[in-house]
Design a protein around this ligand. Structure first.
Ligand code: NAG
Ligand code: NAG
Ligand code: NAG
Ligand code: NAG
Ligand code: NAG
Ligand code: NAG
Ligand code: NAG
Length: 535
């Protein structure tokens, strides 16, 4: 059945253009996606990947995605709506631990010498030779050193955070401070994502065997050890309860100061102040579980709190085979962030489950005749180039807990998990979105496009772009796996995941005969003008 679908697809797609091949071998052009056909991607997926990583690497520049002075991420930047160049006054001079997570994963890949990450880093540096591993390692290590200094300085100035990061603001000349709305507050979920990226970075640095890089790894290890020592006090309230956001009495007081206090935000407001999700919130939970020095009763309670939300769901659609998945919150791609960090898929049925989720994601869009897939995403920009809103509730209602969704905007990063399970299929969906008007710019792919082609977002961000790149690079599973083995916690991790998921899922869930599905419609072309600097 694989082959029938693919053959039909190849049949429908147009001729191979020799142009695409020649372009792929030299520097790819900015709007390279338009020069590729689906058939050509199938036959030369490595060259397509090279072009994609080359352009996504242009995002990694000073004042676009990060601050080269202090090594810290910026959230993203608005683009000039006509030219597509980054707007200096449209730079988001703030960021959060989740963006740090993406950045650290990329730097870890570069330290490992993965060719795709080497290309990404060196392209950002403006290099033409994008295969020099030593040079890429040197660049990555420089950023990691400055980043470590920034984290340490922040911890010194605001010891109340215990080393964790709130949303923070900074510029070339101003050190990190909490953003105005994150004074005395800190979120667990984003920090959980960042912790496993730090963990992978330490492993990558240590594995180099290079004296300087190993020493830098030890600095980061010292930082991580500090987080292990403060995590419980700041976030854990006993009986399995992790604060979603912790309210700090005074961020400038040390954690053990007599006047310092930590409470879960929203305890009195009737909402849920605890992280009970079995999606992205698992990263922090596993950190606490494996490193928090909790006793067996508390560890069991941590797992128990997540159980009610871990639910099996069947995706079904006339003309397709049923596919068993883990029910999502919205079933946004973003929810599966942790699958590119923790080695869940070392367990065969977990790999089937992960694969099934991408079968459902790709087939749902194909069945609904959509040109792309859904994930929580920033809406289009208006005529002044300002973002008009954030669409959290985007995914697949049929297999989601939250069934009221806004399904009018698609984003290339909806493929981040598809890339992990089958890169070619991921590329074909990414390509189908990137070929829409205004969806490529000087920094790679753009944030999002309306399905009907009436508007796009002149914005670039870590979440909408580098998640996908990390997926293409296979996530940091291999680094986290070897780190866990070195720390002697790998078997425990595998056992816990196996036990918890087996309470809900049957080993036969991989028996579906439904293959991935490919796109067969395009975003409407209503004459929107492409960015003038990207051709
Ligand atoms: C990816 O999926 C396609 C379509 O199902 C299949 O032909 C191909 O063998 C898969 N590739 C890998 C590496 O699994
Ligand atoms: C970086 O962006 C800031 C605005 O956030 C601006 O003041 C500064 O001049 C920019 N630096 C460079 C080198 O463009
Ligand atoms: C963070 O700051 C505290 C309080 O000054 C200090 O004790 C601790 O060593 C610092 N940790 C790191 C990793 O810099
Ligand atoms: C597929 O799922 C639908 C809806 O849940 C159900 O009605 C149908 O019986 C299932 N088909 C198979 C073959 O299991
Ligand atoms: C997104 O933009 C569309 C078009 O302007 C609008 O209808 C919709 O309400 C917006 N949604 C959000 C959440 O901003
Ligand atoms: C969503 O999750 C809540 C809390 O577990 C549950 O009570 C509710 O039934 C779920 N709704 C759906 C549609 O799955
Ligand atoms: C949307 O914008 C916010 C704020 O700029 C940013 O933090 C986030 O990463 C963006 N989300 C996605 C999915 O691109």
């Amino acid at each position: 059945m694989v082959h029938t679908a693919l053959k039909a697809f190849i049949h429908l797609s147009s001729l191979i253009l020799p142009l695409a091949l020649t372009t792929a071998l030299s520097t790819p052009s900015c709007r390279f996606a338009n020069q590729w056909t689906s058939e050509h991607i199938l036959s030369s997926s490595q060259a397509f990947e090279d072009a994609l990583l080359f352009w996504e690497g242009k995002f990694h520049q000073h004042n676009v995605s990060y601050n080269a002075i202090n090594g810290m991420t910026f959230d993203g930047t608005l683009l000039d709506i006509a030219t597509g160049t980054h707007r200096v006054e449209g730079l988001h001079t703030f960021s959060a631990a989740s963006k740090e997570s993406s950045h650290l994963m990329m730097l870890a890949h570069a330290i490992e010498g993965k060719p795709g990450a080497v290309r990404w880093v060196l392209s950002g540096e403006g290099e033409h030779n994008v295969v020099d591993v030593d040079k890429a390692q040197k660049v990555a290590a420089g950023v990691l050193q400055r980043k470590w200094e920034s984290y340490s300085q922040f911890n010194e100035t605001f010891p109340g955070f215990g080393g964790f990061l709130p949303w923070f603001a900074h510029t070339e000349f101003n050190p990190l401070t909490p953003t105005w709305d994150w004074n005395n507050r800190v979120p667990a979920l984003d920090n959980g994502e960042n912790i496993w990226a730090i963990y992978a970075t330490i492993e990558a640095l240590k594995n180099t065997g290079n004296k300087d890089y190993v020493a830098l790894g030890s600095k980061w290890e010292g930082y991580l050890n500090y987080l292990k020592s403060t995590a419980e006090k700041i976030f854990y309230r006993g009986s399995g309860r992790i604060c979603a956001v912790t309210s700090i009495h005074d961020q400038t007081l040390p954690i053990d100061h007599p006047e310092q206090t930590y409470t879960c935000e929203g305890l009195d407001s009737g909402g849920n102040p605890f992280i009970n999700d079995p999606y992205e919130g698992q990263g922090f939970m596993f950190f606490l579980y494996l490193f928090g020095n909790l006793d067996q009763t508390e560890k069991a309670a941590l797992l128990e709190l997540k159980r009610p939300q871990l639910v099996s769901a069947d995706w079904s659609m006339p003309g397709y085979q049923n596919v068993t998945v883990q029910k999502g919150f919205w079933f946004s791609s973003h929810e599966n962030w942790g699958w590119m960090q923790l080695p869940y898929i070392d367990i065969p049925f977990m790999k089937d489950l992960y694969t099934n989720m991408e079968r459902a994601r790709t087939c749902d869009s194909q069945a609904k005749k959509l040109p792309g897939m859904f994930a929580s995403i920033n809406n289009s920009t208006d005529q002044n180039g300002e973002i008009i809103g954030y669409i959290s509730n985007a995914g697949i209602p049929q297999i989601a807990n939250q069934t009221v969704q806004e399904l009018d905007v698609i984003t290339p990063y909806s493929t981040m998990n598809t890339m992990m399970v089958n890169k070619t299929v991921g590329f074909l969906w990414w390509h189908n979105m990137a070929t829409a008007k205004r969806m490529q710019n000087l920094y790679g792919s753009s944030e999002s496009t309306r399905i009907d082609g009436t508007a796009t977002s002149a914005f670039v961000s870590w979440d909408s772009k580098i998640t996908t790149v990390n997926g293409i690079l296979g996530g940091v599973l291999s680094l986290v796996r070897s780190g866990m083995q070195r720390d002697g916690i790998y078997d425990e991790f595998i056992k816990v995941v196996n036990d918890e998921y087996r309470l809900v899922f049957d080993e036969s869930l991989g028996d579906t005969s439904q293959d991935f599905c490919l796109p067969d419609v395009k975003v409407g072309d209503l004459g929107l003008a492409d960015f003038t600097t990207c051709s």
